[in-house]
Design a binder for this molecule. Structure first.
Ligand code: RIB
Length: 306
């Protein structure tokens, strides 16, 4: 039987602003265009997991506005069970303002809106989705107390928990990490989470092991063009990235996490799961936007035979 994935997290409308140059503090620049694209780290993960063929549900919240409606429609189009997405009155759907340069560099400001309403009470309302899943995926765009609650719930109910700790938060209590199956930071997030400066592979591994000492099973560090490092207590492996021309890296991390979970849920080992996730990312970064860049499983056939 297919293993089930539950994503608990954020949904945002991305306002993608294309510009020749991301403005420096105090600078004004002219942009070329603005587009509205479904995004949000949670919704991107759920959408990607759906497009990649997973059995996926999501718990989250949107406003009673056209943006919220579009986000739900997009998830449904990828086969995601959206019954756990609350439609809230009086608060707008989350928004993300993304400036994108031709180099593929971007910067993002998120206005959480209804993502603040993803509370333990909302999760309790949809406990059937929790009970029936095998994997829970979450991120840090919802209140941290909710993330703590999700961690406890996953432990109590014996679910595999995969945490994408973005946007990263410094100084989390040691106990937070205990019992998490996989944490997937990028190198900047890992530095912030662990309060360490890191510039070398050895330092990334030491940083990851500091989380493993607190109870994480595996840390997967995405390093952009430098690939990805998987670290457990006894092993560390570097996986070089595919060489592609990056147009927009938005949702690359979210798609990586989703693809990793899909492959693991299908019985792949970590090495195979990383290879699959890297292939998905290699497609995502060559396309613009968040969910608009995520491929379906059969689009990957040309790139790999997984
Ligand atoms: O990880 C990319 C996502 O971050 C964007 O879709 C945006 O909504 C922000 O949440």
């Amino acid at each position: 039987m297919k293993k089930k994935i539950l994503v608990i997290g954020s949904l945002n409308t991305d306002f993608l602003i294309e510009t020749d140059k991301i403005p420096a503090p105090g600078e004004t620049v002219l942009g070329h265009s603005v587009s509205h694209i479904p995004g949000g780290k949670g919704a991107n993960q759920a959408y990607a997991a759906g497009k990649l063929g997973g059995e996926v549900a999501m718990i989250g919240a949107v406003g009673n506005d056209p943006y919220g409606k579009k986000l739900i429609e997009n998830l449904l189009s990828a086969g995601v069970d959206a019954s756990g997405i609350e439609i809230c009155e009086d608060t707008p759907t989350g928004q993300a303002y993304i400036s994108l340069e031709p180099s593929g560099e971007n910067c993002i400001i998120v206005i959480p809106g209804t993502n603040h309403m993803v509370t333990p009470e909302l999760i309790q309302k949809h406990m059937a989705l929790v009970d029936s899943c095998d994997y829970i995926l979450t991120q840090f765009e919802i209140p941290m107390d909710t993330v703590r609650y999700i961690k406890k719930l996953a432990l109590q109910k014996g679910k595999r928990l995969i945490v994408d700790p973005a946007p990263a938060v410094a100084g989390l209590e040691a106990d937070f990490w205990n019992g998490i199956s996989i944490v997937k930071p990028n190198e900047t997030e890992l530095a912030l989470l662990t309060g360490r400066e890191m510039n070398s592979r050895e330092e990334y591994i030491e940083g990851a092991r500091s989380l493993i000492d607190k109870g994480v099973e595996t840390v997967v560090i995405t390093l952009g063009k430098a690939g990805c490092l998987t670290v457990t207590r006894d092993q560390a492996d570097l996986f070089p990235a595919h060489i592609v021309k990056t147009v927009d890296s938005t949702a690359a991390g979210d798609s990586f996490t989703a693809a990793l979970s899909i492959a693991l849920s299908e019985g792949a080992d970590m090495k195979e799961a990383v290879a699959f996730a890297q292939t998905v990312c290699a497609v995502v970064v060559t396309r613009k936007g968040a969910q608009s860049s995520i491929p379906a499983r059969d689009e990957l056939k040309e790139v790999m035979s997984y």
